[in-house]
Design a protein. Structure first.
Length: 155
């Protein structure tokens, strides 16, 4: 004789942990991808539209080879009198191989010197692009390639 038994369907702790880990991974996957030169170009277009960008006036100091991508020194200096009528307003730094292309932005006012420095994390060998906007609307650009040997955003 066949008897029907009721099966209580319960969710085990293991199932909950696996489902939670899968959801977290799915949320992080878009951020684990790398930017590319097109992402940097799109970010620049969003900021400056079709404004022409001229090489020069920017000293971008990054090492050509970074032994550790977790701490790469980056220094920027823009030639400008920094007077009330002629000064650097903003400097943006982008990296085309990081998960997000924007690295750092600096805002300046008249007076002083238009220079700044920091340490950045670079995921892999990539181009670092620096853009400086002047008070008169001119935009200058500098680019440097950094070879990352170990570390970085990806490990």
């Amino acid at each position: 004789m066949f008897t029907a038994t009721q099966h209580k369907q319960t969710t085990s702790r293991r199932t909950v942990v696996i489902a939670s880990a899968a959801a977290a991974l799915a949320a992080l996957l878009p951020r684990l991808s790398s930017a590319d030169p097109a992402a940097v170009t799109a970010a620049l277009k969003k900021l400056y539209g079709d404004k022409p960008m001229t090489e020069g006036h920017i000293k971008l100091d990054v090492p050509p080879i970074a032994e550790n991508g977790l701490v790469v020194p980056l220094n920027v200096e823009v030639e400008s009198p920094m007077s009330e009528t002629d000064y650097v307003t903003t400097v943006h730094v982008f990296a085309d191989g990081n998960p997000l292309p924007g690295v750092v932005s600096y805002h300046f006012q008249p007076g002083g010197k238009a220079s700044a420095g920091t340490r950045v994390r670079l995921a892999q060998t990539q181009n670092v692009v620096c853009v400086a906007e002047m008070s008169n609307g001119q935009v200058y650009m500098a680019k440097a390639n950094v070879k990352v040997t170990i570390g970085g955003c990806g490990g």
